[in-house]
Design a protein around this ligand. Structure first.
Ligand code: LLP
Length: 442
């Protein structure tokens, strides 16, 4: 069955009676007028549709827990919405912990992950009752045990392991290969377990955690990952009489940024995962573990679009036609960081046959600030509204204030209604943390 992550545009995207693009029943041109640009727009129906996909796809494995990877996009409103849809949360910083906490999330459904969690972050996690901490390395085991001891608590943990699986995605977003900065190498797991069982009395180990990469289109890698985790659980039981009953397989399911991208359906992935899990449970003769999955991008990317206003343009003699918009690498660093490709439409102009190939340039002071290098669009003029699709994940969450430009606003649309989720930064916001030392004021 098809799933929402296989769509390039939000499920509600269409051309309305005025000939403009509309999402969630809202005319994008009117949204741009009302809220200004650049503007992140999230479609509620698409988010809920993805959540339905995940729930239905995994319904045949009763012990499944979906943990949304907040790093893809973390705001209070999206956290509340996803929690109401049944998701727990994978968080990686005090900022993400605090955001989900303030959104009213049940903190026992939160897992804290990361390769260099600080003393303060681990302390906050313990104090706010974060449900699981995925311990990444020996240093953290010792540090966490000390903090847990000083709080007189037993902390529930997983061990993050490096499964040694290479998947075909951009090098920077691969994480499960052997030479990775994340997690315990499989040869170090026994030492970690011995320390937990014999020395670190304030840590309780529940299971193993791995993550193999992001924007994954291959299906077999998840089966291989499950085999490695279950085999390891059976081995640890044999060696230490240790009953681990949780596996967390991370996230990674891809999305469709361009027509050439063909991510697998959530249903296909779920079938592969459940089938291999059932096979491995029999093969290694273990009790069925609770299964945790941590999708980020596939949950939130398709729901998001970014609106920009077209400004200057430039025809290089015998070269490219550049169209500059009022945002770029600071609100979407993915093209300059990962050579990521995007598709866009013009919100106020119908697709016409007389389209031109143009390059969409950002407004930031770097030649590399190109949002889309070569796209056919109707002839663009100053004031046109460009809608870049599939920007819900890793755009706002990786946005910066480069060139001291304010971060855009984010809104949620549904049933012809639009609501503010994140206000546009003001010039005052930009200087609000600055101080001029007294001696410079003279
Ligand atoms: N779990 C762990 C432990 C992770 O490290 C990640 C992503 C996820 C879950 C969620 O993966 P997803 O389902 O979103 O693929 N900034 C990059 C992506 C980095 C992903 C890092 N880890 C990008 O814009 O493509």
């Amino acid at each position: 069955m098809d799933s929402t992550n296989q769509l390039l545009k939000p499920v509600t995207a269409k051309i309305n009676e005025s000939g403009n693009i509309e999402i969630g029943g809202c005319d994008l041109v009117k949204l741009a007028e009302k809220y200004g640009t650049p503007l992140y727009v999230l479609d509620e129906e698409t988010i809920r549709s993805v959540c339905r996909d995940y729930k239905n796809a995994f319904k045949n494995y009763p012990k499944v827990n979906m943990m949304y990877a907040s790093k893809a996009l973390c705001t209070m409103a999206t956290s509340k919405l996803l929690f109401d849809e049944g998701f727990g949360f994978d968080v990686v910083s005090a900022g993400e912990i605090y955001t989900v906490y303030k959104a009213g999330v049940d903190m026992s459904r939160v897992l804290f992950n990361g390769n260099n969690k600080s003393f303060d972050e681990l302390t906050l996690a313990i104090e706010l009752g974060v449900g699981r901490i995925s311990v990444d390395n020996f240093f953290e085991l010792s540090l966490l045990n000390e903090i847990a001891k000083s709080h007189n608590k037993i902390v529930d943990i997983l061990l993050r392991i490096t499964p040694g699986i290479e998947c075909h995605t951009h090098e920077y977003i691969q994480t499960g290969h052997l030479d990775s900065k994340f997690g315990f190498d499989l040869t170090q797991v026994d030492d970690a377990v011995e320390l937990i069982l014999n020395e670190y009395k304030n840590l309780k180990l529940h299971g193993l955690h791995a993550h193999i990469g992001s924007q994954i289109f291959e299906t077999s890698v998840y089966g291989d990952e499950i085999e490695i985790l279950i085999k390891e659980i059976a081995r640890l039981d044999e060696k230490f009489s240790l009953k681990l009953d949780e596996i967390n397989i991370g996230g990674g399911l891809g999305v469709k940024y361009t027509e050439n991208d063909c991510p697998p359906s959530t249903y296909t992935i779920a079938d592969i995962i459940i089938k291999r899990l059932d096979d491995c449970i029999k093969k290694y003769n273990i009790e069925p573990p609770a299964l945790f999955i941590e999708p980020g991008r596939s949950v939130i990317s398709t729901a998001g679009v970014t609106l920009y206003t077209v400004g200057s343009s430039k025809q290089v003699p015998k070269g490219k036609k550049y169209i500059a918009v009022d945002g770029g690498m600071a609100d979407n660093p993915r093209p300059s960081m990962y050579q990521a490709k995007y598709v866009a439409g013009v919100a106020n102009k119908k697709e016409v046959s007389s389209s031109k190939t143009v390059t969409i340039a950002g407004r930031f002071c770097e030649s590399g600030d190109i949002l889309i290098d070569g796209i056919n669009l109707p002839e663009l003029e100053e004031g046109d509204i460009l809608c870049v699709y599939n920007t819900g994940a890793y755009n706002y969450s990786m946005a910066s204030n480069y060139n001291r430009v304010q971060k855009p606003a984010m809104i949620l649309v549904n049933n012809s209604q639009s609501d503010m989720l994140v206000k546009r930064e003001t010039l005052e916001d930009l200087i609000s943390h600055d101080e001029i030392p007294g001696r410079l004021k003279k």
